[in-house]
Design a protein around this ligand. Sequence first.
Ligand SMILES: Cc1ncc(C[n+]2csc(CCOP(=O)(O)OP(=O)(O)O)c2C)c(N)n1
Ligand code: SF4
Ligand SMILES: [Mg+2]
Length: 311
Amino acid sequence: MSETIAESPAHVAVPAVVPGAERKGLTKKELAADHPTWCPGCGDFSVLALYFKLIEKRKLAQEEFVSIAGIGCSSRFPYFVQAHGAHYIHGRALPFATGISLSRPDLHVFVFGGDGDAFSIGGNHFNHTARKNVKLSYVVMDNWVYGLTKKQTSPTSPLGFKSKTDQWGAVDYPINPMKQAIAAGATFVARTTSTNPNHVLAMMEAAMDHDGFSFIECLSECVEFYEGAFDAANPRKGGMFKEIPKDHDVTDELAAYRLAGTDFPGYFGIFYKSNKPTKNTKEADINKAAMDKFKGLKPWQILQKNFDRLK
Ligand SMILES: Cc1ncc(C[n+]2csc(CCOP(=O)(O)OP(=O)(O)O)c2C)c(N)n1
Ligand code: SF4
Ligand SMILES: [Mg+2]
């Protein structure tokens, strides 16, 4: 009998399954699906490479995690991961991922996307997923522009940014993702930049280990439509990478808010972290109580009980 469970296309490496053998962690080669279609030099490559590293390092098996995204260059992410995932509707990745998180608490749910996806069309979903404290990790690859649709102003574009929608320069005040996440109720709020791989990996690990809604803003340069946007945060380009001071109390919401108000390039690291019961655990309790109440009944009897109650 063949030792592989499925025939796979030649370019996709599926690990052989040997009955009784100890599971080996996935390798980068096994995790890589299609060749990424991003422009050469795009910051998103680095985020993908570090995600592979995270899966490899934490020895996650394919059936233990899922990668979800909305629409945008950054949101193409799940296409490039040989595992479970979905490239969903623009701005709607979080509600879709919420359903997965609530119904499959055994999975690590990772969501990826861009600043437009997260804060424009998906702005409300961002706030509500944060306040509900759904257990999932959300990495926003912030390039301060709409990349896929070729240079429109995004909610994080700085004032004066010239784009196809602001020919004379952006006039609308940008949002501050750290402040927005903290104010919305996110229980893990961090900031990193794709040009610092060790830091990105450390933030992803901490986010994955957090029991709640963990949010990371990862600066990720769009070399095509906003070249040099983050040079000031990159020591190799003469900029500064300043980590959050060691004495910062991550449970102090006001201190986190104050740090988030520092002018660009600002600070990098974990701004805020708190432990609050998740929507997952609260609903699991409710579900269990309901199941106990209807124990031994057939589905139609449960329905009948509900109909009777509505009479
Ligand atoms: C409902 C809907 N509205 C608009 C679009 C067009 N659209 C696709 S991606 C995108 C913005 C993507 O920007 P961002 O999320 O920042 O991702 P990036 O491409 O910069 O990584 C827009 C407006 C769409 N696909 N669906
Ligand atoms: S357009 Fe920008 S964000 Fe999109 S792949 Fe190219 S460099 Fe990356
Ligand atoms: Mg963008």
